[in-house]
Design a protein around this ligand. Structure first.
Ligand code: HEM
Length: 125
């Protein structure tokens, strides 16, 4: 892991992040706790997540340019996000990083970085 560059660069910028996010949603739609929450056409979700994680990891502010203030917790309010679903979401991401050959130290750092938001989005006991 290189502390001189941001996570967006370390994950391979746009194409690297794209591959990870595609793998991630492949995992999500096979996860029984998560799949029912997502639309059949997952492509637009992949696109918005790519824009969001680009800016979240230190790349250009693509999400805000297209959709305004992220307000991510508010955008998740219409879905019942439980603690178990946050665990499952993070596990799908952890696996997607590993499946794309992200080395352990970087993978663990990225998952730790996403843990805060994931549990913050929990809105249902
Ligand atoms: C905690 C467990 C989570 C669950 C169950 C969850 C579930 C969902 C669902 C159901 C959608 C809507 C898909 C649609 O468009 O119909 C969504 C959208 C999204 N989620 Fe999550 N999510 C979780 C965590 C996260 C985390 C940790 C992040 C990033 C830090 C994130 C980022 C996004 C983004 C960027 C979108 C698209 C927002 C938009 O519509 O513009 N989610 N999520």
């Amino acid at each position: 892991m290189n502390s001189e560059t941001n996570l967006y660069e370390q994950l391979g910028e746009s194409p690297g992040l794209r591959r990870i996010i595609e793998t991630f949603y492949g995992n999500v739609v096979r996860e029984p706790l998560l799949a029912p929450l997502f639309p059949e056409d997952i492509e637009p979700v992949i696109e918005r997540q790519h824009q969001f994680l680009t800016q979240f990891f230190g790349g250009p502010p693509l999400y805000s340019e297209q959709h305004g203030h992220p307000m991510m917790r508010a955008r998740h309010m219409r879905f019942p996000v439980t603690n178990e679903r946050a665990d499952a979401w993070l596990a799908c991401m952890d696996a997607a990083l590993a499946e794309n050959g992200v080395e352990d130290e970087l993978r663990e750092f990225v998952v730790a970085r996403l843990k805060g938001p994931a549990y913050h989005f929990v809105n249902t006991p």
